[in-house]
Design a protein around this ligand. Structure first.
Ligand SMILES: Nc1ncnc2c1ncn2[C@@H]1O[C@H](COP(=O)(O)OP(=O)(O)OP(=O)(O)O)[C@@H](O)[C@H]1O
Ligand SMILES: [Mg+2]
Length: 293
């Protein structure tokens, strides 16, 4: 647990590309924030509802739990968000997605001050009151839901898997989500984190190319957490065989995937997993509001 009283913070986990680790990162970051501070909330804002489904709240996603589109009720009609929150694990709650989030997105387009609703009706209601930290799982496409997440949090954590298209995923996210939002309000990149890495980096692998890209692009490198950062000297050591630290990034672990299959955060599934330290460092970055070397 942290020594100081926490500064409440909400953060978006987003990248304009599907399957890049948003949901896994958001769940496990939220779990570590709850572990360290006791009061954290996940918000599933992705209409695919993967976070909600992974965590076993299918009935909420399909609208059967409360017999209503709870996301529309809260964001468009000002219903009390407390009524639609469910527990995930110790100190960690979830505001689930609804299968018709697309309709909410259309409603937000029409609504007065449609970009501010998530902040006004949900995040602002709960942050610093019921929760110290809020983590939002964002959709992979641009639109009013993403605009709302950016505006409500003022922060983004960008996860990247070493899959085809990570360069465009990163470039699009920075240019079309972050830079465009910055024309209207402050938006900080809190962290850019590689996840699901499994390859060696002393040869020309995709893992290496991804890490090189992240640690040498100036605007991005300063946001790479220490568990994933390699300095120019580290790279020299990698290339001459003298690098003797753990391999960088959140590594591929079967238990991270299995925890998703079992519907629980990693800490609850495999508390001994070595990669929990990465999610813990990510939680500290959210607490302090920046990467510190
Ligand atoms: N470190 C890791 N080790 C093992 N598997 C991982 C790791 N990180 C992510 N994954 C797996 O990668 C896949 C994609 O991750 P995830 O679902 O979190 O991405 P996403 O961006 O939310 O995708 P979508 O756009 O479909 O919602 C999942 O099967 C997840 O379990
Ligand atoms: Mg997802």
């Amino acid at each position: 647990m942290s020594d100081e009283a926490p500064t409440p913070r909400a953060v978006s986990v987003g990248v304009l590309k599907g399957g890049f680790g948003k949901t896994t990162t958001a769940i496990n970051l939220g779990r570590e924030l709850a572990h360290r501070n006791e009061r954290a909330l996940l918000i599933d804002l992705d209409d695919n509802g993967h976070m909600t489904l992974i965590l076993g709240h299918d009935d909420a996603y399909r609208g059967e739990r409360w017999n209503t589109n709870h996301a529309a009720d809260v964001l468009l009609d000002g219903a009390d968000p407390h009524d639609y929150i469910t527990n995930v694990s110790d100190g960690l709650d979830l505001f689930p997605a609804h299968v018709d989030l697309e309709d909410v997105q259309s409603g937000l387009k029409e609504a007065t001050m449609g970009t501010t609703r998530l902040k006004e009706e949900l995040v602002g209601e709960l942050l610093g009151e019921t929760y110290d930290y809020i983590v939002i799982d964002c959709p992979a496409n641009r639109g009013k839901l993403n605009d709302n997440a950016m505006y409500a949090t003022g922060n983004i954590i960008i996860p990247l898997r070493p899959e085809n298209g990570y360069e465009t995923g990163l470039t699009n996210t920075v240019q079309r989500l972050v830079m465009e939002a910055r024309e209207y309000f402050d938006l900080d990149i809190l962290a850019v984190t590689p996840t699901d890495l499994s390859d060696r980096i002393d040869q020309d692998t995709r893992d290496r190319r991804l890490l090189r890209e992240m640690t040498t692009r100036e605007a991005v490198a300063k946001h790479v957490p220490n568990y994933a950062y390699l300095s120019p000297e580290d790279w020299e050591n990698v290339d001459n065989g003298a690098y003797d630290h753990d391999l960088p990034g959140i590594r591929h672990r079967a238990t991270i995937d299995n925890a998703n299959d079992e519907g629980v955060p990693l800490r609850d599934y495999d508390p001994g997993c070595d990669q929990l330290q990465c999610y813990d460092e990510l939680a500290k970055i959210v607490e302090t509001g920046e990467v510190r070397r």
